[in-house]
Ligand binder design. Sequence first.
Ligand SMILES: Nc1ncnc2c1ncn2[C@@H]1O[C@H](COP(=O)(O)OP(=O)(O)OP(=O)(O)O)[C@@H](O)[C@H]1O
Ligand SMILES: [Mg+2]
Length: 337
Amino acid sequence: MEHYVTVEKLTKKYGDLVAVDNLSFTVDENEIFGFLGPNGAGKTTTLNVVSTLTDYDRGIVNIAGYDLAKDPAKIKALLGVVPQEIALYGMLTAAENVSLFASLYGLRGKGLKDAVTEALEFVGLEGERSKRSDKLSGGMRRRLNIACGIAHRPKLIIMDEPTVGVDARSREMILRSILTLRDGGATIIYTSHYMPEVQEIADRIAIIDKGRLAAIGTEEELLGYVTDRKSIRIGTGTGAAETGRTAAASVAKLAGVKAARYVEESGEICIDVGLELANVSPILKDLMEIGVTIRSFDEEAPNLETTFLALTGNALSVEGAEHPGVTGRGRGKKPAM
Ligand SMILES: Nc1ncnc2c1ncn2[C@@H]1O[C@H](COP(=O)(O)OP(=O)(O)OP(=O)(O)O)[C@@H](O)[C@H]1O
Ligand SMILES: [Mg+2]
């Protein structure tokens, strides 16, 4: 099957900085594609290229059979963009903002009015339609930002951190909206720093780091990427962050340990060890010598957060670490280990 979006060997530089480095991936029609990476990985830059907002140095971008270099106007007509930086006119009301953006895509008259109402209902802002957008709360502005990107019913929707800074209820509403858009026939590419949400809605996920592709596939496929280690979690109780950090740094230097970090929110020390390490006593001894109180010890089933950490050396987010119950649960099939 022909892919709906094909990005091939894309490179984009800002001066000497290679923001996107020979990046290739495809997105199928009617798919929700999660695009993950640490800060500065090149996600926004890539999405800006795909959205025709930024030029690029090398590579091929093809969308719905159109080559970006030859037919940017054809591609623009298919697109709906929800940018990372909220783009609204503060002096205009919620409805006027949506109307303005939808009119840029050629909607007029009754079609435009209906599209505005539908989009506002879609993000739960129908009741605020006559409020000036600079009088809305941050979460509402985030939702209005989405309404502006989707009112013209685009085939390909590109959302850059659509849920950042919104409360749990609004986040749920946005996620449901994304699923509804997909079920209505749209293809969606979106970035997020919130792993549970990606696990909840993405059909496939790409992890990029330093402008390069680190992994791509379904959640289950991604869990198979890192097979050289297992993770252990040591509960130390909260309130001794200094000791926890010192301990993580010390343990990270021990033989057989690949990485260690202290998660302040949960008071846990998370340690990646090579599969060959049969005896964890030296780790526990080191922790005790530093003065860590060991309250619990668990081997962790591989999950997307640990995979992301192993591939990029970064936690996806502080937010992710605030939800150990979610990130810590064993999911999917274990890769061979
Ligand atoms: N307009 C610009 N001029 C110069 N450098 C830029 C510009 N935009 C981005 N960069 C750099 O390119 C790299 C990739 O940035 P980008 O915004 O694409 O990352 P990101 O993955 O979206 O990160 P985040 O998770 O923080 O949004 C970074 O090193 C950034 O500093
Ligand atoms: Mg970004």
